[in-house]
Structures are given as C-alpha cells and as structure tokens.
Design a binder for this molecule. Structure first.
Ligand SMILES: Cc1ncc(COP(=O)(O)O)c(C=O)c1O
Length: 317
C-alpha cells in the first residue's frame, strides 16, 4: 500500500513518525510559513506531475524572509527533497504537498528572534477541493481579510489562516461553499484559500496585490493562459463588492481549488448561473497544462515516478 511520508528533522520518515513537542513555538504562536503544492497524477505517463514546485519554493523563501524564519535550503534543494518524498510515497493518484518553515524552538513568548527554526514537509493523497464542474456558491464574508499592516498578506503565514478558517466556516454554516473576503476598505480581497477573478466585457479583472491578497501561482498561470491562448486582457485593480454581482463570469483560483467557477454570490446568479464560456475554455487549458498534455507549458510540471510497492507487499496482496 502506498503510504504518506514526511521530510522531518532532516530525514524522510513515515508521516505517523513526524511528531512535534507541545511547546513548539509555531504551535503556540502560529509562527510558520507554508505552501500547498499539487502533484497531479498522469495516467498516460505513469507519473505524478508537480505543478510549478519551484515557484512555490521561491514563495516560501519569500514568506520566510518576511517573517525572519531561517530557511537555509535553496529552491533546488527544496525541490529535490520534495521529489524524493513524493516518489517514496508511491501514490498513483493526485497528491497535495505541504511544506512548512517554522519556529521549532520550545520557547514561551511571541517573538521572531532567538527561536530555533526548522523545515518539514509531508504528502497526502488529495482529490478535488471545490466543485470544479457544477461551480460553487459564495458568500461575502462578515470577516475582513487581515490587512498587510497587521500580518503580511503576501506571506503564507500559518497563523493568518485563522482569518480564512473563520470565513470558510461562516460561509459553510450559512449554506454556501466558499467565502469571499473584503479588505478593510470594503473592496474584494480573496477567498479563504483562493484568488478571485471576474470577467466583465471580455476582460479578466482581479483585485490589486495591494488589496491584501496572496500572490497566487495558479492565478499567474491562468492569467498567462488567458493572455497567450485566448488573447484576453488581464487587469489587476481594485474590485468593488457590487462588481461581483454584475460580472459576466467569476471564478476562484488556487492550488487546492484549481479553477473553480463561481455561479452564485450572495444569492445572486453570476451571469447565467452556470459555468461561463470563457471560464470553461480556461479550465480546459489549465487542466491540460497541469496534467502535462500541452507541450508549450511542459516547464510548469516536474515529473516524479512513484516508487514501486516493495516486493513483499506485492506478494502479500
Ligand atoms: C489566502 C489564499 N489566497 C490565494 C491562494 C491561491 O494561491 P496559489 O494559487 O498560489 O495556491 C491561496 C492558496 O494557496 C490562499 O491560501
């Protein structure tokens, strides 16, 4: 049976052996930065295709730099560790990879200095997060997105996700699939774990980076597909809440969410209340690229051959 493995304290170990002490600073104060990376299974190739791992490791290094968390591994080294752990797991299905650089010292007191750092990552099998086919229903959250002046929004900080968790749970308890958060100015910021894109008059519009959004890797990839494959203009600017209600189309982008069409916001249909034509085309282009079916975007994927099951396990089965 394929098993989840982790890179933990500089060794590759079965996930259940990766355990942290209760006084770990990152657990007490949320002092970690993380990534989510998808490995998409390609049946044709018999490989797991990591989607833009280098960009994710560049971003975790940037997040660590912002938070003053030591991460003495290069992008090449981080990518290499990731490839080794994914291969060791042997999963022949879609996986999700969670790297974390964190304050590992067992120290009381909220601070970033004089606390030891460490790095770990683990791999899990992972299917769809939101409904990419039928589309999703969103609610504007009563929780505002944490401003960059409080916790850096372009860093993927573990503690910052309390904000996302509150928004997501509120939306789901109110019968929606996902939350869209506004910033303190009342402008659209992002989903609980996704960037927001609207389409109006044939142009893609997404909130400006200075509106407290994470600089999404999926968003950048979809923007490139929109420009290069469909010849569409992509604009980053302030987006009003009411623009969500009059958009022709709307979708969310994210590592977990892929490209998820939004068919309703605050009980108002978006466009015809079904996945829109541009969203559909972009989705097809995106899924082809992440499954390695478009040679033009071959450099977006890093292939990993899953380890074969150990001989003993095969005989037993
Ligand atoms: C708050 C937030 N915004 C946006 C995104 C989308 O970023 P990416 O496409 O790089 O996964 C994520 C997911 O990582 C997120 O957690």
């Amino acid at each position: 049976m394929p098993t989840s493995y982790a890179y933990f304290q500089k060794r590759i170990v079965p996930l259940e052996e990766a355990r942290l002490p209760v006084m770990t600073h990152a657990f007490l104060y949320g002092t970690g930065v993380f990534e989510g990376i998808r490995g998409n299974w390609s049946e044709e190739r018999g490989e797991v295709l990591l989607f833009r791992p280098r960009e994710h490791f560049e971003r975790i290094r940037m997040s660590a730099q912002i938070l003053k968390i030591g991460l003495p591994l290069t992008v090449d080294e981080l990518t290499d560790i990731c490839v080794q752990v994914v291969a060791r797991c042997g999963f022949r299905e879609d996986v999700y990879i969670r790297p974390i650089a964190y304050k590992s010292g067992e120290v009381i007191g909220p601070k970033m200095h004089d606390v030891e750092d460490d790095y770990l990552m683990f791999v899990l099998p992972f299917g769809n997060y939101l409904d990419v086919e039928a589309g999703i229903r969103c609610q504007t959250s009563s929780w505002r997105r944490v401003p960059d002046t409080s916790i850096p929004a372009r860093a993927k900080v573990t503690g910052l996700y309390v904000n996302s968790a509150l928004a997501k749970t509120e939306a789901m308890e109110n019968g929606f699939d996902e939350a869209i958060m506004l910033n303190d100015d009342g402008h659209v910021s992002e989903g609980s774990g996704e960037n927001v894109v609207i389409i109006r008059h044939g142009r893609l519009i997404t909130p400006a980076r200075s509106d407290n959004v994470l600089e999404g890797i999926t968003l950048a990839s979809v923007a490139r597909l929109a420009e290069d494959e469909l010849g569409l203009e992509v604009i980053e600017r302030t987006v009003d809440r009411s623009e969500l209600y009059v958009a022709d189309e709307c979708f969310l982008t994210g590592t977990a969410a892929h490209l998820s069409p939004v068919v309703e916001v605050d009980r108002r249909k978006v466009g015809a209340g079904a996945i829109g034509p541009v969203t559909k085309k972009l989705q097809a282009l995106f899924f082809d690229a992440i499954r390695g079916r478009n040679p033009k975007y071959a450099d977006w994927v890093t292939p990993v051959t899953p380890a074969a099951e150990p001989a003993a396990a095969r005989i037993k089965a």
